[in-house]
Design a protein around this ligand. Structure first.
Ligand code: 8X3
Length: 246
């Protein structure tokens, strides 16, 4: 049961990584946090830890998103975090299934969730949408076109709303991380731990709480302040694929 005047933050992809850390941060900051993801067992553990609500959510499934949105009574903050990369291949070898997965989760997933929760964000009187994009939303890199194109598209969807929602009480912040050590690379390399570990070898990568703390800062600004874009990288990274390794 959620008291009617409690501010609610919704976080997608919250079963691990940046999503889970953000749920913890926003709960510590006083929000009731509704967390969504496919892995309900992990979600329920986190929800009981932070006093939040766990709901099964597959952002690639229209019915799942509709059911998720229908049971949330109000939305003050939405964090579009669900997404990810699959594969690293030149265009000549592009895997269409990997591309479909990346566009479904990052682009259409963000669209489905945002569209279905927008009326409640507007009704809150002071809504905030944080979309987790990537440094890959700003630059292309070799072998990354499926991911970089999806991240560019997701970012443009988010940036378009900044104009469309002018005059409405909803703020929009794009948070674009560089290398954050989460399950991101394990998913990208289909569970290959050696390949995933190599991504963070010889650098000091960001950790999920580095991003979550910034989102906590964004969500605690007064309602006339809109932080449009925040790019966060490890000191050892100048851009996608541009690292100083020891
Ligand atoms: C992933 C960013 O720098 O690890 O979104 O390729 S990076």
């Amino acid at each position: 049961h959620i008291a009617p005047d409690t501010r609610i933050a919704v976080v997608t992809g919250a079963s691990s990584g940046i999503g889970a850390a953000t749920a913890r941060q926003l709960a510590a900051d006083g929000f009731h946090v509704v967390i969504g993801a496919r892995r309900l067992d992990r979600l329920e553990e986190l929800a009981s830890d932070i006093g939040g609500t766990a709901l099964e959510l597959d952002v690639t499934d229209e019915d799942s998103v509709a059911a998720f949105a229908a049971v949330i009574p109000r939305v003050d903050v939405l964090v579009n975090n669900a997404g990810g990369a699959k594969g690293l291949a030149p265009v000549i070898d592009a895997d269409l299934d990997d591309w479909r997965w990346m566009w479904e989760t990052n682009v259409l997933g963000t669209l489905r969730v945002t569209k279905s929760l927008l009326p409640k964000l507007i009704d809150s009187g002071d809504g905030l949408i944080v979309t987790i994009t990537s440094v890959a939303a700003f630059e292309a890199y070799d072998n990354g076109s499926g991911y970089t194109s999806a991240k560019h598209a997701q970012a443009v969807l988010h940036r378009t709303l900044r104009g469309e929602l002018l005059g409405k009480p909803v703020r929009l912040t794009e948070v674009a991380p560089g290398a954050v050590e989460t399950e991101f690379s394990l998913v990208r390399f289909d569970g290959d731990a050696d390949k995933a570990d190599a991504v963070y070898q010889g650098i000091t990568p960001l950790v999920a709480s580095d991003i979550a703390e910034v989102i906590g800062f964004v969500a605690s600004r007064p309602s006339h302040v809109n932080l449009d874009q925040i790019i966060i990288k490890p000191r050892d990274q100048a851009g996608p694929g541009r690292f100083s390794r020891k």
